[in-house]
Design a protein around this ligand. Structure first.
Ligand code: UD1
Ligand code: CA
Length: 464
């Protein structure tokens, strides 16, 4: 077999069928853009294929194509437009010329609604197909309830056809075996090419089914294999909101377990939701319920307490994010303390050992090394020097209704409680601002600034 051994993948490509409307989702969003743990379904399928195929991946898109393209603009591979969604077989016909141009020998075809696909299972399936010299192989599962899946029909163990649930007639096709088509196919291009034109739409859905290739191939005497993977729940397609939640839960459990195996300490693991690209280092500690999505990283010795929501953020070694924090696009430096009840918005940066305490909101703001804003504060478009102390209730007034302006606070400065810093403004190193001040002009280094009404005490007039 020339294809086997090192480099057998080089003349293989992959096709993802992702043009369907997803009627059963009853949602205006194209089905393949529905998210699992913060990532679109199609992105997950592509991520499983890229380690095997690199750029040799063609996604057939149609319904909401512009949205799909925009959402997956960075995804590797190519998009091919299926203008009218006339069925999975028609989708394959649409992409076929591209596969021929790429001079592929074999193609893997997968439904875009199988987000639990893993590279190992795909590789295994292809190796089996090649080893057994299949012209057309597909993966099958055995289910107690075959639901809406295509039924595999065998005669004396040999695959004869796949019959869609709607079209299945026990009188004609025999009693149900429970064996269904998982929607993963591996084809030898030369073998299948002559059959493509013979696909018809003579079925209950009036669609061109990819699954009809199976009986066409069997009838033509080609080698057709249905490779069974038992229950293989990880391959079930997502067609409706219930199945989406099921698949998401499976993915969640799989990701949490993988991190635990690598050494992450995950407490209440059933309530921890991790995005597929979230990194939780060995020795990091997370307590559920909590959610960590996107390109987030929790480093060794860091802890995230319960009820936190974190996306695209770093929690560096030894830092602690206490309960009920919301972090997005933030960087929490080594040994920092955040929360409880803090909100770090995009561009929030805490240098080593800084603190952002309860009801502190930061946006595009940096707390220098060891600086502290411990209570009830808003820091927007702000730079705070090392060791500065921001008193309770300090607000950077960064927006004047038209534009955003910067506040800069020097090293070791002390901002008294309930201060409004009206930007653009700067407070020098080691300066002291009296509590309750409204600071509209720069404060020099080492100065004391007080900007508030002076207290007057006067006799109290009481009516008798
Ligand atoms: C399909 C299979 C069925 C199998 C099941 C496994 C067919 C006819 N049936 O059924 O045997 O058991 O998957 O999950 O293939 N699509 C297009 N263009 C179209 C129509 C669909 O790209 O014109 C895409 C969809 O976006 C979807 C995939 O093809 O990602 C499968 O289509 P879907 O309608 O979900 O097929 P099923 O009914 O689930
Ligand atoms: Ca499906």
């Amino acid at each position: 077999m020339p294809e086997s051994g090192k480099g057998f993948m080089e003349d293989c490509g992959a096709v993802v069928l992702a043009a369907g409307k997803g009627v059963r989702m009853r949602s205006p969003l194209p089905k393949v853009l529905h998210e699992l743990l913060g990532e679109p379904m199609l992105g997950l399928v592509l991520a499983a294929l890229v380690p095997l195929f690199g750029r040799r991946v063609w996604s057939v898109i149609g319904h909401g194509a512009d949205m799909v393209r925009a959402c997956l603009a960075d995804a590797p591979g190519y998009f091919v437009l299926q203008k009218e969604q006339l069925g999975t077989g028609h989708a394959l016909q649409t992409v076929w010329p591209e596969l021929e141009k790429a001079e592929l020998r074999h193609v893997l075809v997968v439904n875009g609604d199988t987000p639990l696909l893993e590279p190992e299972m795909v590789r295994d399936f292809m190796e089996q197909s090649l080893l057994q010299e299949a012209d057309l192989a597909f993966l099958t599962l055995t289910l107690k309830d075959p639901g809406s899946f295509g039924r595999v029909v065998r005669v004396n163990g040999r695959v004869k056809a796949i019959i869609e649930a709607k079209d299945y007639d026990p009188a004609e096709h025999g009693p149900e075996s429970g064996e269904i088509n998982a929607g993963l196919y591996f084809m030898r291009l030369r073998a299948v090419e002559p059959l493509l034109g013979h696909l018809g739409d003579n079925n209950k859905s009036r669609e061109y089914y990819i699954t009809d290739l199976v009986h066409l191939a069997a009838a033509a005497g080609l080698r057709v294999l249905g490779l069974n993977r038992g229950e293989g729940q990880g391959l079930l397609g997502v067609n409706d909101p219930w199945e989406l939640a099921e698949a998401e839960e499976r993915l969640r459990a799989r990701l949490v377990l993988a991190k635990q195996r690598e050494g992450a300490l995950i407490r209440n693991p059933g309530a921890v939701r991790l995005g597929p690209w979230a990194e939780i280092a060995p020795g990091a500690e997370i307590t559920g319920p909590c959610e960590i999505y996107g390109r987030s990283r929790v480093e060794a010795g860091a802890g995230v307490e319960s009820h936190c929501w974190i996306k695209n953020s770093v929690v560096a070694e030894g830092a602690r994010v206490r309960s009920f924090c919301h972090l997005e696009g933030a960087r929490v430096g080594p040994r920092c303390v955040v929360g409880p009840f803090a909100r770090l918005r995009p561009g929030a940066v805490l240098e080593e050992e800084a603190h952002a305490g309860n009801f502190v909101e930061m946006k595009k703001a940096r707390l220098g090394r060891g600086a502290k804003a411990n209570h009830l504060t808003y820091l927007g478009d702000a730079e705070v020097g090392a060791g500065a102390n921001i008193g309770a209730g300090t607000i950077t007034c960064n927006y004047d209704g038209a534009a955003k302006h910067k506040t800069s606070i020097g090293e070791g400065a002390f901002i008294g409680s309930n201060t409004a810093l009206v930007a653009p403004v700067s407070v020098g190193d080691r300066a002291l601002v009296g509590a309750g001040s409204v600071i509209t002009g720069d404060v020099p280094e080492d100065a004391l600034a007080v900007a508030r009404g002076r207290q007057k005490n006067m006799p109290k007039r009481c009516k008798k």
